[in-house]
Design a protein. Structure first.
Length: 119
């Protein structure tokens, strides 16, 4: 059975940092690209960042470039999102899922972790 569990969310002030973790099990993690997707209140899902299966290539939306860093540890079956210089507009529920920037019905999703940035 596939499990994806995010952790590390919380409430921080503008300019602060958080590190999200995504622990996976039940599938061949090292063979999958992984992504972080967020959904702000009243808005649709927004793909934020992705990393290829081997960890050599990373991708970001423009609004988080230079502030967020995605990484992964295939031995621990975990992907991370280091978020620095957080802004109120980063407030959202952050999901970890398998796959790249384009969602697929075959993707595996976690339950999400809330990030709230106060001004």
């Amino acid at each position: 059975e596939v499990h994806i569990v995010e952790s590390g969310g919380g409430m921080v002030q503008s300019g602060g940092s958080l590190r999200l973790s995504c622990a996976a099990s039940g599938f061949t993690f090292s063979s999958y690209d992984m992504s972080w997707v967020r959904q702000a209140p009243g808005k649709g899902p927004e793909w934020v960042s992705g990393i290829n299966s081997g960890g050599a290539y990373t991708y970001y939306i423009n609004s988080v470039k230079g502030r967020f860093t995605i990484s992964r540890d295939n031995a621990k079956m975990t992907v991370y999102l280091q978020m620095d210089s957080l802004k109120p507009e980063d407030t959202a529920l952050y999901y970890c899922r398998s796959g790249g920037s384009r969602a697929s019905r075959r993707d595996y999703w976690g339950q999400g972790t809330q990030v709230t940035v106060s001004s």
